[in-house]
Ligand binder design. Structure first.
Ligand code: ZN
Length: 211
């Protein structure tokens, strides 16, 4: 690992460098942890082998950021009377492994070893029930609001770290919710710049392999 890579330092939580990222029982050391009650075990079979990363977006209310309501939703603590648009969320039990805020801060809600409830009815390359074998990463955002540069950077850093920890995730196995649930889901939306993200990820993986 050389020091002349001219690359911004990782911003993840308090972790000094994601290239030496560590996971403890599926929890990323250095990220903010809030434990969602909405998870279960992955299947005890190949179907449960973690091999996919799913990128989402979320904002509550829609297109409003930094409200804290997303955290409350994933923690089962959302007061659905707090905003008219939350009426649809009564009784909804959803979670994601990770949330990347507009600032780039990474928060984790479910151990990556466990099965979070982010994908719903879904299919990836002929395999359904993507929650069984995937890791969900929510970007705080909306389909038509450009993401912040620190979110792209952190997403790439986080994906590279996850690929180090879960080697069955191939570098190309990062997909959008809209790709595994077409017609039902639209996130991360047309504003998500996949080619830019893949460039950043390749850089992270290249750096990683030099380490
Ligand atoms: Zn989604």
């Amino acid at each position: 690992m050389s020091s002349d890579l001219n690359k911004p330092a990782s911003l993840i939580g308090t972790s000094p460098d994601i290239r030496i990222a560590q996971f403890e029982d599926g929890w990323l050391v250095g990220a903010a942890h809030q434990r969602s009650p909405f998870y279960n075990d992955r299947p005890q079979s190949n179907a449960g082998c973690v091999s996919l990363i799913v990128v989402h977006n979320i904002s509550l209310p829609h297109r409003q950021f930094g409200t804290g309501y997303v955290d409350q939703l994933f923690l089962g603590q959302l007061d659905c009377s707090a905003h008219a648009s939350f009426a649809d969320l009564v009784g909804v039990e959803v979670s994601s492994h990770f949330l990347i805020r507009r600032s780039g801060e990474v928060c984790q809600f479910v151990s990556a070893d466990k099965r979070a409830w982010h994908a719903g009815v879904s299919e990836y390359v002929g395999r359904d029930n993507c929650n069984d074998f995937s890791i969900g990463i929510e970007l705080e955002g909306a389909d038509d609001v450009p993401y912040e540069p620190p979110q792209y950077q952190q997403l790439a850093v986080l994906c590279a770290a996850l690929m180090g920890e879960y080697p069955s995730i191939e570098p190309g196995a990062v997909t959008g919710h809209s790709d595994i649930a077409p017609g039902r889901k639209t996130d991360p939306g047309p504003v998500f710049d996949w080619s830019y993200f893949r460039q950043l990820l390749a850089t992270e993986l290249g750096i990683k392999s030099e380490g």
